[in-house]
Write a protein that binds this ligand. Structure first.
Ligand code: ATP
Ligand code: ATP
Ligand code: MG
Ligand code: MG
Ligand code: MG
Ligand code: MG
Length: 269
């Protein structure tokens, strides 16, 4: 504390290096589950998409947005989540290590804390971990391109995984046969395999799987019942309307302009 006399050991603090994030940039923290290929196997995740696991990821991300400051938007898919701090944020004096460790530890502890809400009686076999990194984006276009990059990644992986697991689960192929069959195919080929062999129209797959999850703050009007008692009157119930900010989840496209036009408050000039 500041009132304590300085000890002769105090000098070691000077070994700490400055990791202040450049002003005026969006700060993106991306987390990714450590060795989740194994974690998914050991916890019997449904393939290609386990809805419980996706729900738990999003619940944990929501907690991060609610508990930490200045996060405007988050995007998640598979075992990863990206959090975008507003460019004017001065939380923890923009120190990268503080931001990334707070995000990662809040997310990890939430993931464990809420496990049972999603997996019920199925036990959590060991404590999962998440790595984190910080990336700075100086322009609105860079930030939009970053989120587009993650969503394109979601699309590419999900199309591949959907084709792969249809070949295995419904087509009776071994995993190596399915891998062989998909080698060198482009998106149109995978769509065609899904449609002609399994009667699956990829565009009708759930948008949660195809687009991932976008979390943003939105004003919502809430009506609550309230007991009021006016002088010399009986107590009665009235409905009160109030508007408050809530984290809402969307499985929409962020690559086109429409999303950004509908939510102009996310990007700062
Ligand atoms: P910050 O978020 O800035 O770290 P903080 O409240 O965690 O704020 P610290 O300087 O880290 O502040 O101090 C941790 C505080 O936690 C201590 O002041 C003490 O009150 C409490 N604390 C931690 N461990 C124990 C413990 N084992 N027993 C009693 N109190 C504890
Ligand atoms: P690393 O530690 O390098 O990140 P990893 O095994 O976590 O290694 P990733 O590239 O992050 O590798 O891939 C995450 C893996 O987790 C996916 O390949 C998939 O097998 C699995 N996975 C994550 N979420 C789900 C889910 N909701 N449903 C099914 N499988 C999932
Ligand atoms: Mg990784
Ligand atoms: Mg991973
Ligand atoms: Mg990953
Ligand atoms: Mg502390």
């Amino acid at each position: 504390g500041s009132t304590m006399a300085k000890s002769k050991f105090e000098y070691v603090r000077n070994f700490e290096t400055d990791d202040t994030c450049l002003r005026n940039c969006y700060i993106v923290v991306r987390l990714d589950g450590r060795n989740f290929h194994r974690f998914a196997e050991q916890h019997s995740f449904a393939k290609p998409n386990d809805e419980r696991a996706l729900g738990l990821m999003t619940h944990s991300a929501r907690t991060v947005m609610e508990e930490l400051e200045d996060i405007m938007i988050a995007y998640g898919q598979s075992d990863e989540y990206s959090f975008v701090f507003k460019r004017s944020s001065n939380w923890f004096k923009r120190r990268a290590s503080k931001l990334v460790t707070h995000v990662a530890s809040q997310f990890s502890s939430s993931y464990v804390f809420h496990w049972r809400d999603y997996f019920g009686e199925q036990p959590l076999l060991y404590p999962p971990g998440f790595d984190g990194r910080v990336v700075l984006y100086p322009s609105n276009q860079n930030l939009k391109d970053y989120l587009s990059w993650r969503q394109a990644d979601c699309h590419i992986n999900n199309l591949y995984n959907t084709a792969f697991w249809n070949l295995v689960q419904k087509g009776g192929l071994s995993t190596s046969q399915a891998e062989e069959k998909l080698k060198g195919t482009v998106a149109a080929d995978k769509n065609e395999i899904l449609f002609s062999e399994f009667n699956v129209n990829y565009n009708n797959e759930p948008s949660l799987y195809r687009k991932g999850t976008v979390l943003i703050w939105e004003k919502v009007n809430e009506t609550t019942m309230k007991q009021v008692r006016l002088p010399n009157e009986e107590e009665k119930e009235v409905t009160v309307m109030r508007s408050r900010s809530k984290v809402t989840a969307h499985h929409c496209d962020v690559i086109g302009e429409q999303f950004w036009q509908q939510h102009p408050e996310i990007l700062e000039s």
